[in-house]
Design a protein around this ligand. Sequence first.
Ligand SMILES: Cc1cc2nc3c(=O)[nH]c(=O)nc-3n(C[C@H](O)[C@H](O)[C@H](O)COP(=O)(O)OP(=O)(O)OC[C@H]3O[C@@H](n4cnc5c(N)ncnc54)[C@H](O)[C@@H]3O)c2cc1C
Length: 408
Amino acid sequence: MSKPIEMTDEIRALRARMKDFIDDVVFPAEPELEREAEHDNHPETGLPLELYAAAKTRGDDTRRGMRGPGTDVAARRAGGRMAELKAEAKRRGLWALGHPKSIGGGGLPFMDFVYLNEIIGRSEYGQVAVGSVSMQDSIMLDLYASPEQRERFLQPLVAGDVYPSVGLTEPEVAGSDPTLMQTTARLDGDEWVIDGHKWFTSGASRAADTPGYLIQRAVPTMGHVGGQHCEVVYDHVRVPRSNLLGKRGEGFRISQKRLGPGRIFHCMRWLGQAQRAFELMCDRALTRHAHGSLLAEKGAIHTMIAESAAEIQAARLMTLDAARVMDTGSEARVEISLIKFHGAKMLHNVIDRAIQVHGALGVTSDRPLDRMYREARYGRLYDGPDEVHHMVVARNLLKGYKDRAPWS
Ligand SMILES: Cc1cc2nc3c(=O)[nH]c(=O)nc-3n(C[C@H](O)[C@H](O)[C@H](O)COP(=O)(O)OP(=O)(O)OC[C@H]3O[C@@H](n4cnc5c(N)ncnc54)[C@H](O)[C@@H]3O)c2cc1C
């Protein structure tokens, strides 16, 4: 029998404090953070100019691609703004609350963090500002890292001194089918030697300075390079044998341990984004006058508000249910695939309607909706396109459609 979904008084109070920080401190900083992410990049490759400076100092040939600068370019190039937000989050006791206590986090139970993530997600910069951007990586490392790996990678990750990036997708083969991956790793003495070609490795321009890891460009997406979704060539990259996470041959299973909670966190963040778009839509409808009445008095606008409310409520309950099932130790494969495609579509629809109610203002950068819409569109692709999640749901349910559905 399933337990009802509950939120404790403590988590309600924490959500209120988090909302003050996100709405009052992070929201006003967003235009500056967006400008900084898009500027000071190389005009042809979209990569941070700091990468070129570091390559020049080393005397590298930048035409083949560039090694990481070896420091946190993103934090430095935020011109101190993101660093200020991180410091403020720490001052307010809001830093890394979901990471395990044993590695410097706040130790919030999974379900409490799920509720908190809904508030963090109101701003797309929220998760970096409060140190939760690496939650899914930290959960995976906490399960599988050796003591040496914990010290070397996990602690700086939780402290916000380094950022994770994940290189799975390759331009030559379908990223939605990991069995097609062409990158190879062969053991040579005490080192793995990696050769391959990746793209959409988000945040790769913050990578460590590793010979053979050649960052070629930040692939522009919908006219922007701020996400730093990079194309990277691995040319005989040598990695110490001891860096292998878990046992040889277990990589796919371990990566699933990262993706499951990650999808719940995405969906809760999306609910925060949808709630923000919903608020913007209602504010605008209550203040804009046309054809003899406020927009808020027109039937067509009522439909948009009501449809959005229904979709948000449904996605929220489905996401909390999936989180609850995962919290029992289950992989929750059907539940997670359901919320991944349903949540992404909900987000897209709600932001689209909010833009419509704003008229032309909705697609300007005077409002956050244009940025939010772009991110929402990506949500239907990353961590598995809609159709792959349809496939997972349908295949599982076809094996036992009378008793395997989440509502059975
Ligand atoms: C903003 C953004 C950030 C990303 N960040 C990362 C990252 O950090 N690291 C990383 O490795 N990757 C990242 N990705 C890549 C993402 O994971 C892939 O785009 C995704 O896995 C799909 O792979 P693909 O693009 O090669 O599309 P393909 O696999 O070529 O699929 C193309 C289309 O085919 C259809 N399709 C595929 N399979 C089926 C099926 N079984 N049934 C029906 N239709 C199907 C779908 O419509 C799909 O969209 C990111 C993508 C985006 C947009």
